[in-house]
Design a protein around this ligand. Structure first.
Ligand code: AMP
Length: 187
């Protein structure tokens, strides 16, 4: 099962990915997690990405495309994967199409989690208390939502055009959303 979880910050992509990992025995590939870990370890990548991530902007397509291409070659991605937070721009989606074709892999579905903007802000401000993520504060959250609308939301039409898009109501409780995702991708 090769999946993309698409949706704005706070839509529940990470939460759902963690449940789907167990359900399908496939790894979650979160570019945000990879970048946060590089930042924590102060690697070259982390040093380059820190200021950009902290202010809620997008790291360059070249950097994230490289991260994902390398990650897809790991043995645990053989049975499939859940992409969470990638692609985030049309050029990233095009790069993903190319790398999957080169690796003879095909996507099974792109699941869009749809959530009202007010609910997103409420969820992220709750998360900020637990996560300690510098990019979960109010100004940066607003910026990340703007970036989503401007740069990532066009992916909904992009994937609708491929016939892979499944839209799921992300306002429901976690287990209801999980069930809806499973129905959407298995049905
Ligand atoms: P996330 O955990 O997915 O919300 O990502 C946190 C931050 O990491 C984003 O606000 C971006 O700064 C950066 N990031 C994660 N994924 C990408 C991506 N696919 N393209 C560019 N920047 C990304």
């Amino acid at each position: 099962m090769r999946l993309i979880l698409l949706g704005p910050p706070g839509a529940g992509k990470g939460t759902q990915a963690k449940v789907l990992i167990d359900a399908y025995g496939i790894p979650q590939l979160s570019t945000g997690d990879i970048l946060r870990s590089a930042i924590a370890q102060k690697t070259q990548l982390g040093l380059e990405a820190k200021a950009i991530v902290d202010r809620g902007d997008l790291v360059s397509d070249t950097i994230v495309n490289g991260i994902v291409s390398e990650r897809l070659d790991a043995a645990d991605c053989k049975p499939g994967f859940i992409l969470d937070g990638f692609p985030r721009t049309i050029p990233q989606a095009e790069a993903l199409d190319l790398m999957l074709a080169q690796k003879s892999m095909a996507l099974d579905a792109v699941v869009e989690l749809s959530v009202d903007p007010d609910e997103l802000v409420r969820r992220i401000s709750m998360r900020s208390k637990e996560s300690g993520r510098l990019d979960d504060n109010e100004d940066v959250v607003r910026k990340r939502l703007e970036v989503y609308v401007a740069q990532t939301s066009p992916l909904v039409d992009y994937y609708r055009g491929t016939g892979l898009l499944k839209t799921v109501d992300g306002m429901e409780p976690v287990n209801v959303v999980t069930a809806a995702i499973k129905r959407a991708i298995e049905g």
